[in-house]
Design a protein around this ligand. Structure first.
Ligand SMILES: N[C@@H](CCC(=O)N[C@@H](CS)C(=O)NCC(=O)O)C(=O)O
Length: 208
């Protein structure tokens, strides 16, 4: 059983989806960010950066293994449950998956998060530029679907997790009629039960 400390944010939901896709048993521990629980003494003992997500894996003996950084967690889960998040092919297929995974992290998710950080400031122009960059990069990623039904090729991988969560967050800004393959990919993933469970993993925390 893995404990997943987190809240209803993109970084945490990506980890929850990965756990669901890998069928790894886990328990959500809600960290109320509005109440600054991420900076509680107990949470800082797990993650001195005072952030979520953080996982505690007690399934492999003592001491428990503690890991933060959502993307490091995705690779850890891929290693402990092989065959779910990385492609079955050799090193070139793996390299393509990594190329596209980092594309989504750096060209779509990073500017979108930066725009989000500016939401309460007066830097509206900078925020709009960053948000538009994220949307443009997301839409341009439709080309990845030309060599398979998934973002990394013929099989579901961690690229799809990164791509899907940010596509969902930006979906109201996307002109879906202009990107039919992207829409088909998005619609089919949205219907996947494991993805749906991951999306809802942080719903209804006890005290929010
Ligand atoms: N690079 C880290 C980012 C972690 C992060 O910024 N988490 C946010 C929520 S998505 C957080 O904990 N925010 C609360 C805070 O900064 O106080 C990751 O990918 O896990």
């Amino acid at each position: 059983m893995i404990e997943l400390y987190g809240a209803r944010t993109g970084n945490c939901i990506r980890v929850a989806i990965a756990l669901e896709v890998c069928s790894i048993p886990y328990r959500v521990v809600h960290v109320n960010l509005r109440h600054a629980e991420q900076r509680s003494v107990a949470h800082l003992a797990l993650n001195p950066a005072g952030k979520v997500p953080t996982i505690v894996d007690r399934s492999r003996g003592e001491p428990p293994f503690v890991l933060s950084q959502s993307n490091a967690i995705l690779f850890y889960l891929s290693d402990i449950a092989p065959g779910h998040l990385m492609p079955p092919g050799g090193e070139r297929q793996r390299a393509i998956v990594l190329e596209r995974f980092f594309y989504f992290l750096t060209d779509v998710i990073a500017p979108s998060h930066a725009a989000f950080q500016l939401r309460l400031t007066e830097a509206t122009q900078s925020r709009d530029v960053l948000e538009q960059k994220a949307i443009t990069s997301l839409v341009a990623a439709e080309r990845f679907l030309s060599d398979g039904a998934f973002m990394g090729g013929g099989s579901f991988t961690l690229v799809d997790i990164a791509a899907f969560t940010i596509a969902k967050a930006l979906s109201r800004h996307v002109d879906w009629d202009q990107v039919p393959r992207l829409r088909e990919w998005f619609d089919s993933l949205e219907k996947q039960p494991a993805i749906d469970r991951g999306l809802r993993a942080f719903d209804k925390p006890p005290e929010q």
